[in-house]
Structure formats: structure tokens, C-alpha cells
Design a protein around this ligand. Sequence first.
Ligand code: HEC
Ligand code: HEC
Ligand code: HEC
Ligand code: HEC
Ligand code: HEC
Ligand code: HEC
Ligand code: HEC
Length: 348
Amino acid sequence: MANVVVDPKKHPEAVLGDFKNPDPLVTFKPKDVAFVYGSKWKQRYFVKRGDDYYVLGVQWDVIAKMWRKYTVDPGTDWWVVHYPADPMQRPTGPLCDGCHSTNYDVATKHVTEWNVGCEKCHGPGAAHVAHPTLTNIVNPARLDQTRGNDVCIQCHSQGQPLEKPLNGVYYDWPVGYKAGDRLSDYWRLEEHKLGEETFTHWPEGSAHKNRMQGNDFVQSQMYKRGVACWSCHDAHGTDNDALLVKPVASLCTTCHNPLSPAGPNEPTLEHSHHSVGNAQCVDCHMPKIAREIANFNVRSHTFRFIPPAATELYKVPNPCTTCHRDMSPANATATILKWPDVSPWRVQ
Ligand code: HEC
Ligand code: HEC
Ligand code: HEC
Ligand code: HEC
Ligand code: HEC
Ligand code: HEC
Ligand code: HEC
């Protein structure tokens, strides 16, 4: 999170796109670019015009190692109708920078630092630096459950500001929100109607788009029971993928084990009917169904098992037939119904 936005003049190694082999989509050189944005899934390129930045119309797909067009088309985000189609009329200040910098000031367009800095999660720190005590700095883990997770959800969500436009400008981030506030005073999560597919949601309510971990997680029983984003992720950095506090294979069983009240209620975790080598918890409870770029998806965070019957009803992918490509949803349902530890009422 600390290294998404990088100036390629200072860090040429941050440029991932292939600028050696000509591509008709690519009409610029790294030297024309003020910032490169992203390194894990996709990289976008910003140019400076006046006191604003703009995103060029091409992006590097880091996973597939290829160039793809970058446009935000009508119907693919709520703010599109409020901006001209020309990308050079869509400044990043209102549309991106609030989440990709620390202390973006909408009046001066200045930031105290690019990327996710300490103050974005811990609030203003000057008083704490001058005189460090426990009470003059925000620690998300000491806030109540809602305000604590809100610190992460301010960026990891799709939503709309309550006040729009703000002084004539449509922002796609919660202007004014600081760590410790209630995010719902500034930001409304994107709504969803059961049975309807939208640019953000599958018809059964799971996220269909990237950076929706917050929209998903608030639906989970874990969120209601005090589990937080940082129960599983350490934002300050770890050696595991996705900043997990433990490798993915042993993370869930920290809390879900035969001695734990968190369920499922069984002496071992045999309810999966698979050995760990064949299917891990995350394969069934966090399927990759939220689109990050092209056909590459990130994991769902509702943690619910999406039954094969939901595929038939709502066209949302289910974990069983995603892995077992030759199995039909109806056969998968028939199989699950034979498992004594799964309630038929929940999967039919
Ligand atoms: C993306 C959000 C995020 C960023 C950025 C972040 N932190 Fe944290 N920090 C947290 C969360 C959440 C906790 C509480 C959970 C935990 O301890 O893991 C925390 C806890 C801490 C603690 C422990 C406090 C205690 O009482 O034990 C310290 C110290 C700390 N952070 C310092 C920093 C510093 C210094 C930076 C910048 C270099 C920083 N953090 C950046 C989210 C963040
Ligand atoms: C200011 C916006 C912002 C806030 C606040 C924020 N994030 Fe992030 N987060 C990002 C961005 C941007 C990325 C993409 C990073 C990249 O490209 O490597 C990211 C990436 C991540 C990743 C994936 C990293 C990887 O290597 O796959 C995790 C996990 C994550 N954030 C967890 C958290 C948690 C937990 C919190 C709250 C404690 C939090 N974030 C708060 C903006 C934010
Ligand atoms: C509401 C906060 C928010 C806004 C607004 C936002 N982003 Fe992000 N962005 C994130 C978070 C959080 C992530 C990482 C999680 C994810 O992608 O699922 C991310 C990821 C990215 C990545 C991928 C990074 C990587 O390493 O692959 C790129 C590129 C990016 N954003 C560019 C943009 C651009 C360009 C805009 C404006 C058009 C924008 N973002 C607007 C929060 C935001
Ligand atoms: C119960 C554990 C758990 C909780 C709670 C949790 N996550 Fe995750 N998260 C994971 C796991 C597991 C992965 C996938 C890691 C992998 O595939 O290697 C993941 C992946 C991610 C990623 C990277 C995208 C991807 O799918 O690879 C981001 C970003 C992220 N989580 C953010 C968040 C945020 C923000 C919250 C809180 C709103 C949160 N997570 C809550 C377990 C959790
Ligand atoms: C920090 C402890 C903790 C960790 C780590 C954890 N869980 Fe949970 N989980 C809980 C608690 C507590 C509940 C709620 C139990 C209850 O209400 O009876 C729960 C509930 C659930 C549920 C019930 C459905 C729902 O809405 O949430 C599922 C499924 C689940 N966890 C899957 C996972 C998976 C998969 C992982 C690993 C990626 C994981 N959990 C990691 C503590 C944890
Ligand atoms: C092969 C798929 C599969 C795997 C792998 C799997 N589960 Fe499940 N899990 C299910 C199904 C199916 C249900 C029943 C869903 C229901 O009743 O709605 C379930 C139910 C649960 C529940 C109760 C959910 C609730 O809403 O009350 C928890 C908790 C849970 N699993 C945790 C885990 C953990 C932890 C792991 C890894 C150790 C794991 N599961 C591995 C398929 C799987
Ligand atoms: C991560 C991938 C993955 C997921 C998700 C998954 N499976 Fe499997 N499954 C496997 C693998 C691998 C095997 C063992 C090799 C084989 O028999 O194909 C297996 C074995 C099976 C078998 C035994 C086959 C036999 O002939 O003995 C059945 C039945 C089955 N899975 C059904 C399901 C159902 C139903 C679900 C959803 C609840 C599911 N699987 C989810 C990968 C997966």
C-alpha cells in the first residue's frame, strides 16, 4: 500500500509496462509520465496538466503481461454521467487521489505524501510525534468495531459520498473523513437489490468489482462478532501474500478448530469433504469472483459458501463447478445434499 504511486524518473524500475516493443495502444514514453500507479494487478499512467493529474487510456495487465485499453465506460461507475468522456477532462484529484495519497486537500490539491501513509489510518500525528502518549493518536484496534473497520473500508469499498457534488465537483472518495470518524457520516456503500446484477454486485449480493472487500465483509457474521480486517491482515507488512498475518493454509484454523465456538460444529473440519491438499477453506468460502482486471478476479470477502443452486438462479459462479469444470450445478447440488453435515435448506 505504501508503494502504489511512484515517480518513474526517481524509480525507473517501477515501470512494468513493455515500452520496448511497439504497440498501437501505447502512444507515450515513460518520460512523459508523472506517476506510474500500481504493481500487483495493473499499472496505470498519470500525466500532469496544470495543477491536476490525468490517467492515460491504456494500462499494463501485470498478470497477463499485456497492454489493455483503460476507459471508464457509461454504466461502469456512478460518476461517469457527471464527467465528459474525454479522459483529459477527468482529473484524478476527485476520482482517485483521495484513496491513493495521504491528506489530499481539496482546496489546494496538495498531499502530505503519496500512497497510504501512517496518518491515513492513524489520523493526524503531529501532537503524538511531539509528545507520544496513547491518547493523542488513533489506533483502529481500540476504536469500536464499526469505526475501526471503517478505517480500511474508506478505501476498500465502492460507494458514493453523501454530499455530491461538493462545491460543484463529484468526488469518488469520502472527502473530510478521518480515521476515528464514522464513515457512514460521509459515505454510503453502493446499494444492491437481490436478483439484480449491477456494475458492483452479483445478483445474490457478493461483490463483482475490485476494492469491495468492505462491501463484502460487513455482510459476514465475522464482522458482527468482532473479527476485523486486521485479524487477518497486517497493514504494516508481512512476508505472506496479501499481507496476511499467517500463511493462507493456517489462517482460518486459528479460530475455526475443534475447540473453538466459532464453528462449524464438528470435531474436525470434515464438512468440506476434501483433503486440505484438494481444497482449502478460501477455495469454498472466498471464491475469486470480484473482477480486478479483464478476466482476473480477486477473492470474495462475504465468506459465505455460494451454493451451486445460486448459479442456476442468479448466474453467480459457485466454488464447486468452478473447480470441477465437468460437473453441472445440479450435480454439485445433488452431491452436497448427500453430505450429512450440510443443511439442505441452505443449499437448495
Ligand atoms: C493501512 C492502515 C495503516 C497504516 C498505513 C499504518 N497503520 Fe499502524 N496500525 C493499523 C492498525 C489497523 C493497527 C491495529 C492493529 C494491529 O495492531 O495490527 C495499527 C497499529 C499500530 C501500532 C501499534 C499500536 C499499539 O497500541 O499496539 C503502531 C505503533 C503503529 N500502528 C504505527 C504505524 C506507523 C508508524 C505507520 C506508518 C509508518 C503505520 N502504523 C501505518 C493500521 C495502519
Ligand atoms: C488510503 C487508502 C487505503 C486505506 C485506508 C487502506 N488501504 Fe489497503 N490498499 C490500498 C491500495 C491503494 C492498495 C493496493 C496496493 C498495491 O497495489 O500493492 C491496497 C492493498 C491492500 C491489500 C493487498 C495487498 C497485497 O499485496 O495484495 C490488503 C490486504 C489491504 N490493502 C488491507 C488493508 C487493511 C487491513 C486496511 C485497514 C487497516 C487498509 N488496507 C486500509 C488502499 C488503502
Ligand atoms: C475509494 C478509494 C479508491 C479510489 C477512488 C480509487 N482507488 Fe485505486 N485502489 C483502491 C484500493 C483499495 C485498491 C486495492 C484493492 C483492490 O484493487 O481491490 C486500489 C487499486 C488500484 C490499482 C491497482 C494496483 C496494483 O498494484 O495492481 C490501480 C492501478 C488503481 N487503484 C488506480 C486507480 C485510479 C486510476 C483511480 C481513479 C480513476 C483509482 N484507483 C481510484 C482505492 C481506490
Ligand atoms: C477472516 C480473514 C480475513 C478478513 C477478516 C479479511 N480478509 Fe482480506 N483476505 C483474506 C484472505 C485469506 C485473502 C486471500 C489471500 C490469498 O489469496 O493469498 C485476502 C485478500 C485480500 C486482499 C487482496 C485481494 C485478493 O483477493 O487477493 C485485499 C485487498 C484484502 N483482503 C482486504 C481486506 C479488507 C480491507 C478487509 C476488511 C474490510 C479484509 N480484507 C478482511 C482474509 C481476510
Ligand atoms: C480471528 C478469528 C477468526 C479467523 C482468523 C477466521 N474466523 Fe471465521 N469466524 C470467526 C468468528 C468469531 C465467527 C462467528 C461465529 C459465530 O457467530 O458463531 C466466524 C464465522 C465464520 C463463518 C460463518 C459465516 C459468516 O457469515 O461469516 C465462515 C464461513 C467463516 N468464519 C470462515 C472463515 C474463513 C474461510 C477464514 C479464513 C480465511 C476464517 N473464517 C478466519 C472467527 C475467525
Ligand atoms: C469444498 C468446500 C468447502 C471447504 C474446502 C470448506 N468449507 Fe466450510 N462450508 C462449506 C459448505 C458447503 C458449508 C455449508 C454452507 C451452509 O450451510 O450455508 C460450509 C460451512 C462452513 C461454516 C458454517 C457457516 C455458517 O454460515 O454457519 C464455517 C464456519 C466454515 N464452513 C468454515 C470453514 C473453514 C474454516 C474451512 C477450512 C478449514 C472450510 N470451511 C472449508 C464448504 C466448504
Ligand atoms: C479448489 C478446487 C475444488 C473445489 C472448490 C471443490 N473441489 Fe471437489 N475436488 C477437488 C479435487 C482436487 C478433488 C480430488 C480429485 C478428484 O477426484 O477430482 C475433489 C474431489 C471431489 C469429489 C470426489 C470425486 C470422486 O470421484 O471421489 C466430489 C464428489 C467433489 N469433489 C465435489 C465437490 C463439491 C460438491 C464441491 C463444492 C462444495 C467441491 N467439490 C469443491 C477440487 C475442488
